[in-house]
Design a protein around this ligand. Structure first.
Ligand code: SF4
Length: 323
């Protein structure tokens, strides 16, 4: 880990005085060394640096931005469990992440509820609801759990007969691939009756490295299906060229682009937002230049909706389809 903002600035050859940093942010700075090593030295506009540096711009207040923009708390029937969509339940498996992304939609989530002691009740809730066939491990980041705890949790899910799919949402394989290398976990997944999907979170091609490629190969060899989700971020990846390069590099590592999320309007992140017509223009360019399987679904999450909503042409009057 890089221990402080000052250490990061030193590491990337930049002066804190030139970066409009908020040293007092309530959402603390955190970045692993592997991610910092991919930042271009001396470049204050590096797209990876902008994702992690607490900026004074986070203090700006924007209309429509709130602490819980996607309605997690309204769909939180008991500690650690979020049940929003039919057939799927999400377990907040860990209160921690290996990196703090400044745009994070859960930056204000009450993570004190994400405790191992709540797992049993959450699993009992899932066991009683036969409509649930897929369990999603999220967080925080489930890869911050110890390997033993993670395997114990997966064993508990596997013991529920009507659950057939395990989905793991994690940014750790991208930002700290060495930490996500878990031999016992891989063995567990390769032998599991559950179909497993690992949805990594990567926003820019520069985040993908030989180390992430090697790790992805290990997951694939363990029968894990690999998808990626991206957040569309102003001045970081808001161009068709940048997202096209990302899709191609993901595919070279065996990962298919899944979602490109329009920014969840969480307080403190307004400076990352782009207009829907700009997002639509990027999507159109991607469709014209990439094969369909490399074009992610552009979606937004609207609190209370029973599914994520596909972006449509802002000039069209069509009813929003399911993502
Ligand atoms: S890894 Fe995911 S949950 Fe953690 S800070 Fe980043 S966006 Fe938020």
């Amino acid at each position: 880990m890089i221990q402080s903002i000052e250490q990061l600035c030193d590491f990337v050859d930049l002066s804190p005085d030139d970066l409009a940093i908020d040293f007092d942010s309530i959402f603390p700075f955190k970045v692993p060394k592997h991610f910092a090593e991919q930042i271009e030295k001396g470049n204050p506009n590096d797209p990876l640096l902008k994702q992690i540096l607490p900026g004074l711009a986070e203090r700006d207040v924007y209309p429509g931005f709130s602490p819980d923009p996607v309605g997690d708390l309204a769909a939180n029937p008991q500690p650690s469990l979020i049940h929003k969509y039919h057939g799927r339940a999400l377990l907040i498996a860990s209160p921690r992440c290996d990196i703090h992304c400044r745009y994070c939609f859960r930056r204000h989530f009450p993570y004190e509820q994400a405790k191992k002691q709540h797992w049993q009740a959450a699993l009992e809730n899932i066991a009683q609801d036969h409509s649930i066939s897929e369990v999603i491990l999220s967080g925080g980041d489930p890869m911050t759990l110890s390997e033993n705890s993670l395997v114990e949790l997966i064993d508990g899910i596997e013991a529920i007969p009507h659950v057939s799919t395990l989905r793991i949402h994690s940014r750790t394989p991208i930002v700290a691939p060495h930490k996500a290398h878990r031999p016992t976990l891989l063995k567990t997944l390769s032998k599991s009756r559950l179909q497993t999907v690992l949805v990594v979170h990567c926003n820019h091609a520069n985040e993908l490295t030989p180390e992430s490629a090697e790790l992805m190969q290990q997951f694939r060899q363990s029968n894990v299906f690999l998808l990626n989700q991206t957040v569309l971020l102003k001045d970081i990846n808001d161009s068709a060229n940048t997202l096209s390069a990302l899709s191609k590099k993901l595919f070279s590592q065996g990962i298919l682009p899944y979602y490109c999320h329009l920014l969840d309007k969480v307080s403190g992140s307004g400076h990352f937002d782009i207009q829907k017509h700009q997002a639509w223009a990027i999507f159109e360019q991607l469709r014209q230049t990439l094969p369909g399987y490399l074009v992610p679904r552009f979606v937004e999450e609207i609190a209370g909706e029973p599914y994520k909503t596909l972006l449509i042409d802002p000039n069209s009057q069509d009813i929003k389809p399911t993502a």
